[in-house]
Structures are given as C-alpha cells and as structure tokens.
Design a protein around this ligand. Structure first.
Ligand SMILES: [Zn+2]
Length: 641
C-alpha cells in the first residue's frame, strides 16, 4: 500500500497547477527524467535510469561530490556501478576525468537530442558515514537522490529541472517533502518536476512500517514521518508527540517566520542504518536506534536531534554562509563559518529541546555540563584554534575518535554552543535584560515567510546583526575566541548565566543514558579513559592519570586490581581510590599483557552545573518556553508570535 492518506488532494491540486503553468509559460528547457527502482532496497542495490537533454558534441556529466549539509566531498562515487550511456540508439564510449573522479566525458552523436543513462547504486550494508552510510534494511530505506543521478557538469543545479519517479517495494509506504503528481497501486510514484537543487534537498523515506503523525494543520503543515524496522517501534507516546508539537510552536515563536511550504521530519528508526541527522529546507533526514521513541533512555539521547535539524531550516538552509552557498555540487564548500552554521544551530537546538519539554531543565543542564567538561579537557586547544576545526571540517568529520582531545575534531559544534551561550548572556547584560539572542535570530533568520530560498551571509553580516541588537565589540569577541590557542574551555557563558562547571560523584541521568546507548563506561574525568562493554579502550584523555601511566587508545582492559574487569569493579576501584586503595589495570595491547598502576586518589568525578547564587539564574530564563503550549491534538497555530 502506498501512503495515500496525505497525497490525494495534493495530487489533484498540483496536477491542475502544472496544467495552468504549462499553458502560461514560454517553452522551458525539457526536464531531465530520473526513474529510480528501489524494489531491491532490502538487498541494498538501487537502479536508476536517466534521460538528460543533450546536443551533439562533447558532453561532461558530473556525479554530485559536495553534499549540502555534509560539508565535505562525500558523494559515494565508488559505489556507482553499471554505468552505461546510450544516445540515438548507440551505446556511447565514456572516459572518467583523470583528475576529477566525479566527471564522465562522452561524445553525443549527431541526430541525438538526449542521452539515456543507466546506473546502479550499491548501498553499503555496514553502518557509518552520513547519507552515504548504511541506508537500507529489510524493512525500510531512505533514498538520497544525489546518489542516483548525473547532471551536465556545466549546468547550474538551481536551473536544471528533474522529473523523478520511484518504484517502491510491494506494500511499502513513503513520505517526502516533494509534491506527488501521480501514483499507481503497484508502487510507482511520480513527483512534480523540481530543480536539481530541490530534488537533492528532498529525500524520500519509505518502508513497510511507516506512520505519519500530523503535528500541525496546513499553512504550513508539519509532519513527523516515522519508518521503523518494526510496527512496535512506531508507537510514539502521546506526551512525546505533544513535545514535538511544542517544538514547532517554539521555532515559530523564536524565528517569527518560516521558510518552507510544509515541513517533514523523516525519522528512520533502525539499528541497521547509519545514525545521524541531515538538514534540508523542507524536511530532515533523521536516523536513530529502532526503539528510540519507546525506550525512555534512548529518548533522552536523541532528544536534541530533531530540534537541531529543524533549526537548520533557518540557520543553514535559509541563511547560509556565502562560502557554503556556492550553488553547485562540484566546487569545494568552505567551512570557515561553520561555527555559525553548526555552532549556533547546536546552541539553538539544545535550547529548543528544553523549551519544548523534550528535556527537563535539569537534563538540559546535565547535557550542557557534559559539553563544557569535554571542551575543558581539550588539550588540543593549545595547538588548534577553534577556527581551524571549522576550516578543516571536510577532513575532521571522518577523523577517528582516538586521541580526540589532542586532535580536536569538529569542535565548532560543542565549543560554539558555549560561545553562543556567552553571546546570549552578553546581549542580555548589555541591554539590561531588554534583548536576547532570540532578538538576533528573529532579525537575522526571520523576515518574510515563504517557500525555500537562500540568503547568504558573511562574518561581517553576523557581527553587524549582533550589533544591531546590542552594540558591542562582536568582531573582537568572535575573533579572540576563534583564534586563541590556550587551555581551558570558554566557560564565560555558563558563569554569567548563574552556574558553574563542577564535578560530583553520582553519575548524572544524561550520562547514564548515553552510556547505555553507546555501550560504554565513561570515566574520563576521573582516571581518563572510556571503555566499551567489550573492554576496548577507544580513547584516553591526555594529561589524565591513565595517560600518565602509559595507556593509549585501542588497548583492551582485562582486569582491575587483579580481578576480571566489569563496569562495577572498575567504578568500585575508582571510588576506593579516595581511601588510598590502588587502581591497577591489566591491559592487553597487540597480544601483550601489562599492568599499569595509576597515580590517582580522586574517587568518581562526573560533570554537573552548580548554581552560583551570587548571580541571577539566566540559564533557566533562556530555556523558558516562548510559545504557549499547543492545543491537543494538532490544533495549534504554527506559533507565529
Ligand atoms: Zn547540524
């Protein structure tokens, strides 16, 4: 069965629109056609057939290389197979560009008006990566169009038109932000022609177990489209549904305008796909564990995902750094302003998570404390400025996680969260509580509601936008924090919001949930290691007792104080260190065993925020909801206040 419940009316309406448009407009360039056959998704092979208008002569076709939102050259070119070009009834020889693996050169014969291309995409079975990571299971798949098409290399994706169809496995339903013009009971769905940019920005979620939860009525409609590996995993609790409704209301109250016609959260619930979120203008591709909606611990660890991805519709899609808004898929996207694109989104995503009730204020503070502690232990801050983590994003996303604190990975997410909090407190201080970062967002990201468009910005625009809300040396503020190389996280925002980073002996609820979800024991802030449930030590904190004793990533914990290790025995030993008991670890390293005695007597240490009563509690004010709670069910206005 197809998901017909929400597309019938739209089909008629769009069909009429197309007829009217066709009669009024001058002859447009013919759209390319793209027919995707997803019927073999469960065994991870997708077939595509394209017809691209072409004139006789040399033609270079490109496969999308730089994928928007992934900030890197992640187009999975090595997974393309069976590529064949035909024109005027002849199979054409082709040659890959020797320098650019993403370009195919061919010669269109005389008499041909188009080239037909057949290709297969070999979708990976192993999880990992972003949209080119594992995307298909026996029960569902997320189709990213960029993996299944070529386009004229000299064409502009905004100007190229694609009419796409998809053939689904029998009985699978689907959801997407694209408009549907036709669908057959056999599972063939045809979409209205759109620009190549919009097509790549509008993936399709499809599966045997798919449920659409309507969050708001139209104008604009918001939908939670759930596809899971089981029917049971779709049973979203009513209170969670209500929190997502609040999220929609809170984004409206924060930004004051919406830059989409409707919005679809495409939420994949599977233990067999890659797990991440990828933002789009009118949807987001969000992938989490199968039981994320029904398991309270997993709900906590995924709480911030949808708020983050939705905030991107404003910060990242509508307003985009000029260096990332290059309008193509082949030229490098430059990451220098990712501390705004991702950093501000990280801050807003967390704040919106708390404002919409997806996390309690205490859980929000625990989460912020974990971020602050992690950044405060970044030894790599002494050699790599924050700005460089953004510039180097295209190589850092793929960096391994060993020696993470010394390498510094994509710190422009977590560290910028601390910096935008600091900026928020500065605005509140400078305006004596009259204004906040919310005012900056309303001015910078709001404006006029309407369909998707991109308004690029530069560093100067950000500084000017902040100055318009609260006059201050914003250039100096950001330059210093982006370019400094010194130890210690920027904790000014936490301090001036009335809280202090501290450590306690009890494992906070958010850390316990994260340990469950990631199957790990995290004792980094006491002895300096994390340990997987199998005993592997994925990382060691430089400067910690474990590092001083000689431990390194990749070693395997065998025993603690002479007894086979367990989560409990490790924590028992750390706790007993306060009473002068030793912490001795027997470790396996590339087939050799060795004991390491740690110089440590500090007991258990887990990050938390402690209230500083000498200052007003700004942090609690920041996470107060802005919108009034939406009525149940789905009766709320879209929160435009
Ligand atoms: Zn993001």
């Amino acid at each position: 069965m197809l998901d017909q419940s929400r597309s019938r009316g739209k089909i008629l309406f769009v069909g009429l629109l197309l007829l009217v448009a066709a009669s009024l407009l001058p002859a447009q360039p013919r759209p390319a056609t793209l027919e995707v056959d997803a019927r073999e998704a469960p065994r991870k092979i997708f077939h595509a057939r394209l017809t691209i208008p072409a004139a006789p002569g040399p033609l270079t076709l490109a496969y999308p290389k730089w994928i928007p939102g992934e900030h890197g050259p992640t187009g999975p070119i090595a997974d393309l197979a069976g590529v064949k070009f035909v024109a005027a009834g002849k199979t054409l020889p082709w040659r890959r560009d020797s320098a650019d693996m993403y370009r195919f050169h061919l010669e269109v014969p005389s008499g041909a008006a188009s080239v037909t291309i057949a290709l297969d995409y070999l979708s990976p079975a192993e999880a990992g990566g972003f949209s080119s990571g594992s995307s298909a299971t026996a029960q569902l798949t997320l189709v990213s169009w960029n993996q299944l098409l070529l386009y004229p290399a000299d064409g502009k994706p905004d100007e190229l038109s694609y009419a796409a169809t998809i053939r689904l496995p029998a009985g699978w339903k689907y959801a997407t932000a694209l408009d549907v013009v036709r669908e057959s009971p056999e599972g063939l769905v045809a979409f209205a022609p759109v620009s190549l940019t919009t097509l790549v920005d509008s993936p399709v979620l499809t599966g045997a177990h798919l449920r659409v939860v309507t969050l708001t009525p139209p104008a604009p409609a918001h939908r939670l489209d759930l596809a899971a590996d089981s029917e049971a995993a779709l049973e979203i609790p009513p209170e969670l549904e209500g929190q997502y409704r609040s999220l929609v209301a809170e984004t409206g109250a924060l930004f004051g305008a919406r830059h989409y016609r409707h919005y679809d959260f495409l939420l994949t619930l599977s233990d067999h796909t890659a797990h991440f979120g990828l933002e789009h203008h009118e949807s987001s591709d969000d992938r989490v564990d199968e039981r994320s909606l029904i398991d309270p611990d997993k709900r906590k660890t995924m709480a911030g995902l949808l708020p983050h991805e939705m905030a991107h519709s404003w910060n990242g899609k509508y307003r985009r750094p000029a260096d990332l808004a290059i309008g193509g898929f082949q030229q490098p996207m430059l990451g220098d302003l990712l501390w705004v694109y991702e950093g501000l989104t990280e801050y807003l995503g967390q704040v919106l998570t708390a404002r919409s009730g997806l996390l309690t204020p205490e859980q929000y503070r625990e989460s912020l404390a974990m971020t602050a502690a992690e950044m405060d232990h970044r030894e790599g801050r002494q050699w790599r400025p924050l700005a460089d983590t953004a510039v180097a994003a295209q190589v850092l996303y793929d960096a391994r996680s060993d020696w993470a604190a010394w390498r510094r990975g994509v710190d422009f997410y977590p560290e910028s969260e601390l910096l935008w909090l600091e900026a928020d407190t500065i605005i509140r201080r400078e305006t004596k509580g009259g204004k906040s970062l919310d005012d900056f967002c309303r001015a910078f990201h709001g404006g006029q509601s309407g369909p998707p468009r991109v308004v690029p910005y530069t560093f100067d625009d950000v500084a000017a936008g902040l100055n318009a809300v609260a006059p201050f040396d914003w250039r100096g503020f950001w330059r210093t924090r982006l370019e400094t190389t010194e130890a210690g996280a920027p904790l000014g925002g936490i301090l001036s919001s009335g809280w202090k980073l501290d450590y306690g002996e009890t494992i906070p609820e958010m850390q316990r949930a994260a340990e469950e979800a990631h199957k790990i024991t995290d004792v980094r802030y006491s002895i300096g290691i994390s340990v997987t449930d199998e005993g592997r030590i994925p990382d060691v904190l430089p400067g910690s007792p474990a590092a001083a004793a000689g431990l390194g990533p990749g070693m395997k914990l065998v025993a603690v104080n002479g007894r086979r290790w367990s989560k409990e025995s490790l924590r028992d030993a750390i706790r007993a260190s306060k009473r002068g008991q030793p912490v001795e670890l027997l470790v396996e390293n590339t087939d050799y065993f060795k004991s390491y005695r740690l110089e440590y007597a500090g007991g258990e240490r887990y990050p938390l925020l402690r209230r500083d009563v000498s200052k007003p509690d700004l942090l609690s004010r920041i996470i107060q909801p802005l919108a009034s709670p939406p009525a149940m069910p789905a009766k709320a206005s879209a929160g435009k206040k």
